[in-house]
Design a protein around this ligand. Structure first.
Ligand code: FDP
Length: 345
């Protein structure tokens, strides 16, 4: 029997391993008519750093890289050693790649100006999200947003390059370090997911054109904070319970978001009494996931406005976040609006 390597293989002897992330990015470059390949290279740089972080997270239990680093970040949160390692890996990949002029990171107080005159892109990144889950072998993630700089190439970086609303993102994605490692990203032409094949050291296309279910039966929220929620959120969660929806809360935003994106559901981190702006960061958490959500047909809001329309006024700005299946987010918004009306009459 002769097997044609260019045809789908019926025999199973030469089954196709699939499309690598690199090849997919190369094919997709034609989505951008005048693209010179820098965004593609930048996505490859991110994927490379993700592979290294994946290796570090996998051996964390053995390599004395678990636990606290002994310092707090600008948010006052205790940095874990892996937070610091992931930050170093991504900073290095982004600065050496040559496409980026500035980086905003959860782990850095100020903007990192790379003084790279030819760098077209600004990256906002949470190198390792879900820090409280690092030491207990629970899924964690990386979240990134990519913007084109506004000021001319070669001129000094300005705040207008950094403080762009999420609607200006040219690409965004996340890496989920879970039972398998996945990279999911969008460049504004749908959402595609890639699973890491450890023995080959490659990400392969496993979830082409992800579409979020319009509705779902999963709600994800930290119910320990219920006493601090506003009325509308309480009422919405009561409705979820009345409908016997399933409560699923990992406490790693990427993991909770990813599950709900595939299965249908809603993730909520609302304003609370202590955190009137919620907990999550607009620039390097909410914006990227909101872009992905919308590209997959889901929705993201802070309860009042579309996340992607918010114009940031500070680097580490927080925002309430309600994100997930369209009908569920709409229903939550209805409850918030209704409770406001009843509070004023
Ligand atoms: P963490 O503080 O562990 O880094 O981004 C912050 C985040 O995790 C999200 O990943 C997660 O969804 C949320 O905070 C968990 O916050 P709570 O512990 O307050 O529920």
């Amino acid at each position: 029997m002769k097997i044609n390597p260019y045809q789908p293989d019926q025999s199973g002897m030469a089954y196709s391993v699939g499309t690598t992330l690199d090849r997919f990015i190369k094919f997709k470059q034609s989505d951008f008519p005048f693209a010179s390949g820098e965004l593609s290279q930048l996505l490859r740089d991110i994927a490379l750093a993700a592979k290294i972080v994946n290796r570090e997270t996998n051996r964390a239990g053995l390599a004395n890289i678990g636990g606290a680093f002994g310092q707090t970040n600008v948010q006052g949160e205790e940095q874990q050693k892996l937070d610091v390692i992931a930050n170093i890996r991504f900073m290095r990949a982004l600065s050496k790649g040559g496409e980026v002029c500035a980086i905003v990171s959860e782990e850095e107080d100020a903007v990192i100006d790379l003084k790279n005159k030819s760098g077209k892109y600004v990256v906002a990144i949470d190198p390792l999200d879900g820090s409280s889950n690092i030491d207990v072998n629970i899924s964690i993630g990386t979240i990134f947003s990519i913007y084109r700089r506004k000021t001319p190439l070669g001129s000094p970086i300005q705040m207008e390059d950094i403080m762009q609303p999420g609607s200006e993102q040219v690409a965004a994605g996340y890496v989920l370090y879970g039972s398998s490692t996945m990279l999911v990203y969008t460049t504004g032409f749908g959402v595609n997911g890639f699973t890491y094949e450890t023995s080959l050291g490659e990400f392969f296309l496993s979830h082409p054109q992800i579409k979020a279910p319009k509705s779902g039966k999963i709600y994800s929220i930290n119910e320990g904070l219920e006493l601090d929620w506003q009325e509308g959120i309480k009422n919405y969660i009561d409705e979820c319970k009345a409908k016997r929806y399933a409560a699923r809360y990992i406490g790693s935003l990427v993991a909770d978001f990813h599950r709900n994106l595939l299965k249908g559901g809603i993730y909520l981190y609302p304003a609370t009494k202590n955190n009137p702006n919620g907990k999550l960061r607009l620039l390097y958490e909410a914006n990227a996931l909101a872009f992905i959500a919308e590209q997959a047909g889901a929705k993201a809001t802070d309860g009042k406005s579309r996340i992607l329309d918010i114009v940031p006024d500070s680097l580490h700005q927080r925002t309430p976040l309600l994100i997930g299946s369209e009908e569920m987010v709409d229903q939550a918004i209805k409850h918030i609006e209704k409770s406001k009306i009843s509070a004023t009459v």
